[in-house]
Design a protein around this ligand. Structure first.
Ligand SMILES: *Cc1c(COP(=O)(O)O)cnc(C)c1O
Length: 406
C-alpha cells in the first residue's frame, strides 16, 4: 500500500526529489511534501472524515505515512476549540476562540510534528535521532522515540525550563545542556552527524514534522464546519505551526472541502527580545537576519534564526497578515491574566499572542466582530520555573482566622 505522496519539493527553487527514501534539506532549505490531491479527492470526502476517530491521524490521505502502516502514537486526540468570551472581551473581541494544544500527549503542539517525524523515521528504519530544542520539541522527540524504541539525543540551552529537562530524562533520552542558544544546539547536531550517525530532527531539516503540524489546520477547519476564521494568531519560533497550517488550508482549498473562499490572516507573534521575523517583515525582506542576544521567557520563541524564514514570511504576506513583536516584560503578566480569566493553561508564547491581538485590535487591524483563533501551543504547567508565587502559609491548621482569607 502506498500513500498519496507524489514527491518532495524544495521550497527554495521547486526542485523535485523522490519521497521513497530518507530526505533532509535541499540547498540548506526545507522541503514540501506534495500529494496527488486529485486522487485524494477521489478517495475520501469531508463527510467520510466526520465518521473517523477524532485524532491527528484522521485524514491519513493527507499524511505521508503509507496506508496500513501503524503510526507511532501516544493518542493524539483532536484538541478542543474553546470559546473564550471573557478573555475575548478583554482583548476587544466578540467572537474569540482558543485552540488548546496543551491537551496533546507531551503537553504541547510539538507532539503533532514529532509523532509524524518519528513515525516516518521509524518507517525508514532510522535508529538514532537527534534534536536541538528550546524545550518542548525535545520532550516530544524523547517521548515518541521511546514509544518507537529508538534512541534520542537532545541538546537544549542551559536555562531550558525544568519540566522539559525532566521529561526528556524520564523518557530515556540522552540529554545535554548547552551554554548557548538553540542555534548553537543545532550546530552541535549538524556537526556531529558523521561521528554519531544520527538523524537530524531539527525544525524543517526533515520534511515530515511540518506535515504533523499541518493537522492543526485540518482539525481547525473541520471543527469550524469547513469555514476558516478571519484571523489566526500564532507564536513563531521555527515557524512550523504557521507554515503547516497555511499549507493545510491550501490543500483543503484544492480539494474543494472549504465552504468559503476566505482564508485567515496568519498573524505571527514574537517577543521584542527575539523578533527576527517581525523585523524582516517590517523591512520588506524575504529572509530574516539572525537576531543578536535573543532573550525571552517564552522559550519556544527564543529562535534567533529560522531555516524556514522565507516560508514564514511568504505565508504571512500571502494571507494578508502581519507580524507583531510584543514587549517582553508584559508576557508573564498577560499569561496570568489570561489563565485567570478563562482557566485555560496558557503558555507564555500564547500569552504573547493575546498581547498581539489586543494591540492589533487597538490599531484597527482586527475588527471587534471578526472571528479570531488563538493557538495555545503548550501547557503553562511546563513553565513552573517562571512563576514562584509567594503564598500565605497557615501555620496552625487548628486556628484559622477566616476573616483574613478573603
Ligand atoms: C516551539 C514552540 C513554539 C514555536 O513554534 P514554531 O512552530 O517553532 O514556530 C511556540 N510555542 C511553544 C509552546 C513551542 O513549544
Amino acid at each position: 500500500m502506498t500513500s498519496f505522496v507524489t514527491h518532495l519539493e524544495a521550497a527554495i527553487d521547486g526542485t523535485r526529489l523522490p519521497a521513497d527514501r530518507v530526505q533532509t534539506i535541499h540547498d540548506g532549505r526545507p522541503l514540501w511534501v506534495r500529494y496527488d490531491l486529485d486522487a485524494v479527492r477521489g478517495s475520501v470526502t469531508a463527510d467520510d472524515l466526520a465518521r473517523r476517530p477524532a485524532t491527528m491521524w484522521k485524514c491519513r490521505e493527507l499524511l505521508p505515512l503509507p496506508a496500513g502502516v501503524e503510526p507511532v502514537s501516544l493518542g493524539e486526540e483532536a484538541t478542543p476549540l474553546l470559546p473564550a468570551p471573557r478573555l475575548g472581551a478583554r482583548l476587544g473581541l466578540s467572537d474569540f476562540w482558543i485552540k488548546d494544544e496543551s491537551h496533546l500527549p507531551t503537553g504541547s503542539f510539538k507532539s503533532r510534528g514529532l509523532a509524524m517525524a518519528v513515525t516516518m523515521a521509524a518507517h525508514f528504519g532510522l535508529k538514532r535521532l537527534a534534536i536541538p530544542t528550546a524545550g518542548n520539541a525535545g520532550g516530544a522527540l524523547a517521548a515518541y522515540a521511546a514509544r518507537a524504541g529508538l534512541e534520542a539525543f537532545v541538546f537544549m540551552p542551559q536555562d531550558t525550563p525544568a519540566a522539559n529537562r525532566i521529561e526528556c530524562v524520564l523518557a530515556g533520552a540522552k540529554v545535554f545542556l548547552v551554554n548557548g542558544l538553540i542555534n548553537d544546539c543545532a550546530a552541535i547536531v549538524r556537526n556531529g552527524m558523521k561521528a554519531m550517525q544520527w538523524f537530524d530532527c531539527s525544525t524543517l531539516k526533515e520534511p515530515y514534522r511540518l506535515e504533523g503540524k499541518k493537522t492543526m489546520g485540518l482539525e481547525l477547519a473541520e471543527q469550524l464546519g469547513w469555514v476558516l476564521p478571519d484571523v489566526i494568531v500564532y507564536p513563531t519560533g521555527g515557524g512550523t505551526g504557521l507554515i503547516g497550517m497555511w499549507k493545510a488550508f491550501a490543500e483543503l482549498g484544492t480539494l474543494g472541502w472549504l465552504r468559503s473562499e476566505k482564508r485567515p490572516r496568519m498573524v505571527s507573534v514574537q517577543s521584542d527580545g527575539c523578533a527576527p521575523i517581525v523585523r524582516a517583515f517590517e523591512q520588506g525582506q524575504r529572509f530574516a537576519e539572525p537576531w543578536k542576544d535573543a532573550r525571552t521567557c517564552a522559550s519556544g520563541l527564543r529562535v534567533p534564526g529560522a531555516v524556514a524564514d522565507f516560508m514564514i514570511l511568504d505565508a504571512i504576506r500571502e494571507s494578508g497578515a502581519w507580524a507583531v513583536a510584543v514587549p517582553e516584560e508584559r508576557i508573564l503578566p498577560a499569561m496570568k491574566e489570561a489563565i485567570a480569566l478563562e482557566g485555560v493553561s496558557i503558555c507564555p508564547e500564547s500569552a504573547a499572542c493575546a498581547l498581539a491581538i489586543q494591540q492589533s485590535v487597538c490599531e484597527g487591524r482586527i475588527r471587534p466582530d471578526e472571528r479570531v483563533v488563538l493557538f495555545n501551543t503548550a501547557s503553562a504547567t511546563k513553565y513552573t520555573d517562571l512563576i514562584a508565587p509567594e503564598l500565605p502559609v497557615i501555620e496552625d491548621p487548628s486556628r484559622v482566622d477566616y476573616h483574613r482569607l478573603a
